[in-house]
Design a protein around this ligand. Structure first.
Ligand code: G6P
Length: 608
């Protein structure tokens, strides 16, 4: 989704802004622009398309605006198509803004402003905010911001510059994230830390309804009554390298390879004396034992991590778990009440539907537990209990390492819950925990064998569609495998419970609909093999992901991706997801797609 950056300091800011915008490209966007205080005017340059072909080309042609204070934006179109005129920054020469989020009552405000003589150029909701600020402005920016905000409904993060205050940036937020970075003789605003990591690690989290005023030397905060506020500074623990490709061709490949190390960083601090210990996250065995039902609410890949979690928690702790798509959960009057635990999983911690679902669960009396990767994000801040995954910045839009650590956390949680409920004893809990600790080594081994994934990817390039099938945990995993392929290769695919295939979907099988069968669960193995035969005899090309020692006959599979034999069934999703990620990655590469920024997708979906 949209990205915001602002710089005020002593350096020429155009290049700094453009380079920071490039760090936000991963969020997804379709136009970009900058606005700079330049010789008593606000100079804006913006263009549809990617930064390199659009904005940078225009800056090269028109010249970079000269100045040391400016704001910038990458826009992911919601109101109005991607176009130069709908791009941000948006303003009228006196006040210029960048905006993330959606102004829900923009039509009303627009009508009001038209009645006051204002004209509109763009189709955006953002332009109404810029003009409303202008309407209220009579020399004091904070007064104008406070008045405008009292009329606005919706979600926003705003970066604002006033022509009359050439060395200041104003910022405010509600729902949409925004941070204020503190440098030396220079300060920043940004949608997320990756944009400014190369300049500073110190930042403030702007809370709802707080206004930040920055110049090169100072940052002040005010509430909506104009009272000044003191805020605590935060230090980012992500470093620059984490947000660079580090020799890999794509962020996604780098992130796939980082999985062994991020599992360790995520789980090791939560294991004490060989047993899971989530007490630093506010989770105690007594609490875990008190829940009668668990809901996992999330979107996309994070929701798939919940599906794996459901199998594991139900199997070990014998507590009913339902996994819910956040955008459905929030509107279907869910039956949730006191005594229930609602787990919200989110890499970004800002997904609008997941956040709203969590708020609803709280209102209904449930306790909420967030499993989140981005520190200080909205979901992290509002949950009753919180487990941070330590995946570091995930830049590729298609999630890989974040999913891996989300499921690693679900395992820890399931183990602790099962022990607390007396469903497993301490010896078994230690055994499972130690197996979990061994998974990074197994994944390292799988990552040595990228050739097989490349070979398989080459077989899929011209497929009309694909089916991913499996049973039990293999089915849970198939969902993620299929989503990865769709996101990256743009080839249609579906995941299906292998046993359900013959009740309809098998009619889709042709020799150009390959089937990727995941068969790692030994108790279900024979049954899965029977289902594979059903598709094979109907002409499907079959790729099987299974233990190394299994050698499929030609009438079962055409290709095999072998996994280490010594991974316990329960933990197989952590191993088996790796080839599925690699297959999707290489299919995308071979088809010449934009791997890290697939079309139409956004990394952080902050609108419904
Ligand atoms: C977007 C991303 C997905 C992600 C989903 C949930 O759709 O493209 O990769 O899984 O949002 O994001 P979250 O940040 O809540 O995990």
């Amino acid at each position: 989704m949209c990205g915001i950056v602002g710089y005020v300091g002593r350096q020429q800011c155009a290049d700094i802004l453009v380079s920071a915008l490039k760090k936000l490209e991963y969020r997804g966007y379709d136009s970009a622009g900058i606005a700079v205080h330049s010789n008593g005017k606000i100079k804006t340059v913006k263009a549809k398309g990617k930064i390199a072909e659009g904005l940078e080309a225009k800056l090269a042609k028109e010249g970079k605006p000269y100045g040391t204070c400016g704001i910038a934006h990458t826009r992911w179109a919601t109101h109005g198509e991607p176009s130069d005129v709908n791009s941000h920054p948006i303003g009228n020469g006196r006040i210029t803004i960048v905006h993330n989020g959606i102004i829900e009552n923009y039509r009303e405000i627009k009508e009001f402003l038209i009645s006051k003589g204002y004209g509109f150029e763009s189709e955006t909701d953002t332009e109404t905010v810029a003009k409303l600020l202008d309407y209220y402005y009579s020399g004091d920016p904070i007064d104008a911001i406070i008045s405008a905000l009292s009329d606005i409904e919706g979600a926003y993060a705003l970066g604002i510059i006033f022509r009359d205050f050439p060395e200041k940036i104003y910022a405010v937020r509600k729902e949409s994230p925004l941070i204020v970075g503190k440098g030396k003789g220079e300060n920043f605003i940004a949608s997320d830390m990756t944009a400014i990591l190369e300049h500073t690690k110190e930042y403030y989290l702007l809370e709802q309804g707080e206004i930040a005023v920055l110049d090169g030397d100072s940052i002040s905060f005010y509430n909506l009554h104009k009272g000044s506020i003191e805020k605590t500074i935060c230090i980012a623990d992500w470093d620059m390298d984490a947000a660079e490709k580090g020799g890999y061709e794509h962020f996604m490949l780098k992130e796939i390879h980082e999985q062994p190390s991020v599992i360790k960083t995520t789980i090791n601090p939560r294991i004490k004396d060989g047993l899971p210990d989530l007490s630093e996250c506010g989770i105690t065995p007594e609490k875990l034992n008190s829940y009668k039902r668990i809901f996992v609410v999330a979107c996309g890949t994070a929701m798939h991590a919940g599906v794996v979690g459901r199998y594991v928690i139900e199997k070990l702790a014998r507590v009913p778990v339902s996994v819910e798509i956040a955008s459905e959960f929030r509107y279907r009057e869910p039956i949730v009440s006191e005594g229930d635990l609602v787990i919200v999983i989110s890499q970004s911690g800002e997904t609008a539907d997941s956040l709203a679902a969590m708020r609803l669960a709280k209102q209904l009396g449930a306790e909420t537990l967030a499993i989140v990767n981005v520190k200080g994000s909205s979901i992290a801040r509002e949950a009753d209990m919180l487990i941070y995954t330590h995946a570091g910045p995930e830049i590729a839009v298609a999630s890989t390492k974040a999913y891996m650590v989300q499921i690693a956390v679900m395992y820890l949680l399931a183990f602790e819950m099962a022990l607390a409920a007396g469903k497993i004893d301490e010896t078994e809990c230690r055994r499972l925990t130690s197996l979990l600790r061994e998974t990074p080594e197994k994944i390292e081994k799988i990552l040595e064998n990228t050739e097989d994934a490349q070979y398989i990817a080459a077989q899929l390039l011209t497929a009309d569609s694909l089916l991913y099938i499996g049973r039990g945990l293999d089915y849970a995993l198939s969902m993620e495998g299929s989503l990865k392929l769709k996101e990256l290769s743009y080839i249609h695919s579906e995941s299906y419970a292998a046993g359900e295939l013959k009740h309809g979907t098998i009619s889709l099988i042709t020799d150009n609909v390959p089937v990727i069968a995941v068969a790692t669960q030994q108790n279900l193995f024979d049954k899965t093999i029977s289902n594979i035969k059903e598709v094979k005899t109907r002409g499907a090309k079959v790729i099987i992901v299974c233990r190394e020692s299994y050698v499929p006959d030609k009438d079962i599979a055409d290709f095999k991706f072998g996994l280490p034999d010594d991974v316990e069934d329960l933990l197989m999703p952590m191993a088996a997801v790796v080839p599925l990620q690699l297959i999707a990655y290489y299919t995308s590469v071979l088809r010449g797609n934009d791997v890290d920024k697939p079309r139409n997708l956004a990394k952080s979906v902050t609108v419904e």
